[in-house]
Design a protein around this ligand. Structure first.
Ligand SMILES: [Fe+2]
Length: 488
C-alpha cells in the first residue's frame, strides 16, 4: 500500500511545543511536499494497516489530562446518550435538517436553526439547477477522457475518486452564487468569543478538494465512520485540546462547537499525514452531481447532539470495558490511564470509530444516510461530526459529488490560499494533497483569466478581499493581513 509522508518532528510532546509556538505563522515550513498517493493514504482502514501499539507517552498524556470528576461526566454522558441513540434510530435520515436554498436567501426559521446547530449537519436543496450540475459532471468526464493517460485516483485501476483540483467544472462550482450564499450562511452560524481572534467569518475562501464519480456496484470506496482533522492531535496538541476545555473540566454542556476562537490555536496534523487538512475547515461539504439516495453510495452522518457526541469521544480514551465493549452500562467500564489506547486513533491518520472503539454511539443504528438528493443539492457537516461513506453503492447510476467545504479567512488559511493559487497557476495539486505533477500537463485545465471579477476572484485568492460589514477588530486585521500575504 501507499506510504504516508514521514513527519519531520517525531516526539509528540516536542511537536506540540513546536506547533504551539509556530502555528499562527504559516505552517508551510513544517510541511514537506506530499508523496504521490490517493485518498487511501488518509485512512488506516483503507490502507489495510493493523492497529499499532502507541508509545508509553500516550499513557502519560492520559494521566496528565485526567481529572477525578471526569468519572461522573462519563456516567452522565452515557446516561444521556441512550435517549439520543433511540431517537435517531427511530427517525433515520429525517434527523438530518433539510433547508431549501430559498430559505437561506429569505431567512431560516428558529427551529431549523436550532436543529442544525444541535446536530451540525444539513442538506440544502435547490440553488444549483440540475442541468448545471449534470453539465459539470459531463465536463469532468470530458476532461478525464482528454487526459486519459495521466489520470490518477482511487482505486488506481478504475478511478472513481479523481485527483483533480483544477478542472473548469470544479472552479465553476466553487464560485457559484448558490454555494457562496450557502457557505456565508453556515459561517454566520459561527462566532468568535474573543473579538480579537484573527478570523473573518464574513470572508469565504476556496479550498480545492477532489471529486467522486462512483459507479454502481462499487464497494471499494467504503469509508467507515470517522472524524476529519487528525486523531491523537485532539488530546496531544495543547491548542487542539483547549477546544474541549469545558468537556475536560467536567461540564460538557458548556462546550460550544460553534465558537471558533479556540480552534485557531489547534494543530490538526502533528504527523504530516497524507491528506491531512492543514487549514481551519469548520464545515466539510459536497455538492451533488447526480440523483442519489440511501444505499446508493452516499454520505452517512451521526446526527445526534454534537456536544454530547464530542464529550463521549473526548472522554472515551480514559475508560475501558471490563468484559467486552458490547456491555454498555457504566458499571461495565473502568478507568484506564495505564494503557496507551486511544481507541480509533493512530499517528498520522484520521479518527476512526466503530462498534468496538465507540460502542455507546451504536453506530450501526445511528449513522444515517443523507436523504434523496438531486443534482445541485449540497450537504455540509461540522468538523466534529462523525461521518462515513456507504460501503456499497447499490444504485443503478453513478453517485457523484464535488467536495467543496465552507472555509473562512484566517491568517494561516490565507497562507494556504496563496500557495494554492500559485499551484493552480501551474496545475499542481494543492499542498494538503498527494504530490506529483498533478494536472500540470493536462489539456483543458481551468484558466484563472476566465474567472469574473468580484467575489469569485476573491475566494480563489485572485483579487483582494473587502472588509465585510460589521467585521470585528480581529476580522478586520485578518482581512488586511490576508491581502498582504496574497498580494504584497
Ligand atoms: Fe471525512
Amino acid at each position: 500500500m501507499l506510504q504516508i509522508t514521514k513527519r519531520t518532528i517525531h516526539c509528540g510532546r516536542k511537536a506540540a511545543t513546536v506547533a504551539s509556538t509556530s502555528r499562527l505563522v504559516s505552517n508551510r515550513a513544517q510541511q514537506k511536499e506530499k508523496e504521490e498517493g490517493s485518498i487511501a493514504s488518509v485512512f488506516a482502514s483503507l490502507s489495510g494497516d493493523k492497529p499499532v501499539e502507541l508509545p508509553q507517552r500516550f499513557s502519560d498524556l492520559k494521566k496528565d489530562i485526567f481529572k477525578e470528576h471526569l468519572v461522573e461526566s462519563w456516567r452522565d454522558v452515557l446516561t444521556k446518550l441512550k435517549p439520543e441513540v433511540e431517537e435517531v434510530s427511530a427517525v433515520g435520515s429525517a434527523a438530518i435538517p433539510r433547508l431549501s436554498y430559498h430559505q437561506i436567501k429569505t431567512g431560516v426559521d428558529e427551529d431549523s436553526l436550532r436543529r442544525l446547530k444541535k446536530v451540525g449537519s444539513v442538506v440544502v436543496e435547490g440553488g444549483v439547477s440540475e442541468e448545471e450540475a449534470l453539465g459539470w459532471k459531463q465536463s469532468i468526464r470530458d476532461y478525464a477522457a482528454a487526459n486519459r493517460d495521466k489520470v490518477k485516483g482511487f482505486p488506481a485501476d478504475d478511478v472513481q475518486v479523481f485527483e483533480f483540483y483544477h478542472s473548469v467544472a470544479q472552479t465553476q462550482a466553487r464560485c457559484h452564487p448558490a454555494l457562496r450564499d450557502t457557505q456565508e450562511f453556515l459561517l454566520d452560524l459561527l462566532h468568535a468569543s474573543d473579538p480579537q481572534s484573527e478570523i473573518s467569518l464574513g470572508s469565504i475562501m476556496s479550498y480545492y478538494d477532489r471529486l467522486r464519480i462512483r459507479k454502481p456496484g462499487d464497494s471499494q470506496f467504503a469509508l467507515g465512520p470517522h472524524i476529519d482533522g487528525g486523531s491523537l492531535e485532539r488530546w496531544e496538541d495543547p491548542g487542539y485540546r483547549a477546544c474541549w476545555k469545558h468537556i475536560l473540566n467536567g461540564d460538557y454542556t458548556q462546550h460550544d462547537p460553534f465558537d471558533v476562537s479556540p480552534r485557531l490555536d489547534a494543530q490538526f496534523d502533528l504527523y504530516g499525514a497524507a491528506g491531512g487538512c492543514s487549514v481551519y475547515r469548520p464545515f466539510q461539504g459536497w455538492t451533488s452531481m447526480s440523483r442519489v439516495g440511501p444505499h446508493e453510495g452516499t454520505l452517512r452522518v451521526l446526527p445526534i447532539d454534537l456536544k454530547l457526541a464530542t464529550a463521549y469521544i473526548i472522554l472515551r480514551p480514559f475508560f475501558a470495558p471490563k468484559r467486552g465493549p458490547q456491555h454498555l452500562d457504566f458499571d461495565d467500564w473502568m478507568l484506564d490511564l495505564e494503557s496507551t489506547h486511544f481507541p480509533g486513533s493512530s499517528q498520522g491518520r484520521t479518527q476512526e470509530l466503530n462498534a468496538v472503539t465507540h460502542p455507546h454511539l451504536q453506530l450501526d443504528k445511528t449513522m444515517v444516510s443523507a436523504p434523496d438528493l438531486s443534482p445541485g443539492d449540497q450537504v455540509y457537516w461540522h468538523s466534529d461530526v462523525v461521518h462515513a461513506v456507504e460501503a456499497e453503492h447499490r444504485g443503478k447510476s453513478d453517485s457523484s459529488v464535488l467536495y467543496i467545504p465552507a472555509i473562512p479567512l484566517t491568517v494561516n488559511n490565507a497562507h494556504y490560499l496563496q500557495d494554492q493559487r500559485d499551484r493552480m497557476n501551474q496545475g499542481l495539486p494543492p499542498r494538503d494533497f498527494p504530490g506529483g505533477d498533478g494536472e500540470s500537463r493536462f489539456v483543458g485545465r481551468m484558466n484563472p483569466e476566465d474567472v469574473e471579477a468580484g467575489p469569485s476572484r476573491q475566494l480563489l485568492g485572485l483579487e483582494p478581499f473587502p472588509i465585510p460589514p460589521g467585521a470585528s477588530p480581529g476580522a478586520k486585521r485578518t482581512v488586511k493581513k490576508a491581502n498582504e500575504i496574497l498580494f504584497d
